[in-house]
Design a protein around this ligand. Sequence first.
Ligand code: NDP
Length: 254
Amino acid sequence: MKVALITGGSRGIGLGIARHLAAGGYNLAINGIRPAAAVQEALTALRAYNVQVIYCQADIAYAEQRQQLLQQVKQQFGRLHVLVNNAGIAPRERKDILEATEQSFDEVLSTNLKGPYFLTQAVANWMIAQQQADQDCQGCIINISSISATIASVNRGEYCLAKAAMSMATQLFAVRLGAYNIPVYEVRPGIIETDMTAGVKDKYDRLIENGLCIQPRWGYPDDVGKAVAALAAGNFPYSTGQVIMVDGGLSVPR
Ligand code: NDP
């Protein structure tokens, strides 16, 4: 059975992705920073798909915790086919870039960029070794960035910077891993109903009403989950380094 690791898979978009990969028969390693006791409901729901699910509590911003996370996945499953770099945070407080703090910059960049970047590096080396030992064990890496990668929101510059850089990381790893036939994709969600967007609901309601191409509605974690599952399933064998928008057409230039 194939194995997928989803960072930040304990709720929100990550859990939506986990549901769709579980439905596709993947054994799962779900990561988050809360203790295991807090995510039991999510784990039970995923196990109902008759797949193995482990929870790995680790803060991906820290090298040692990333290492422990991968160690746990190796011990439990021995191999890894799909990495979904989904964990991410918004700045604690939205501040204009003329006032934003270095502390917030470090926090957001460490979680949204440094963590996924070095996790990808470690996983890529693992996937290469894995494939050399067994030709049939193919890897795939999927980054969850954001429409903020190309839209300059000056009251959360650190978030936009991190997501834009994640896009370049997608391309860098796609180029480097192409020779090993390990595709690297980026999924860019628009406005998705999760804890992250709960505090700015009114603002996004207005944007959804006026900005989408499809009939106005919030995006759901399952919308992102479906896109990730399609990519992981190998439906795009001649594509890598590419972006899939999951934004109801919000980013379509008009
Ligand atoms: P949520 O806040 O709902 O969930 C975030 C998840 O990430 C949780 O599982 C959380 O773990 C985990 N997490 C946060 N920090 C860390 C860390 N340092 N190490 C490990 N896990 C961590 O966010 P969303 O589901 O909304 O967002 C998921 C991703 O999608 C993010 O990268 C976000 O930037 C991106 N995105 C979201 C959009 C939206 O509209 N919601 C739009 C575009 C992109 P725990 O549960 O333990 O706290």
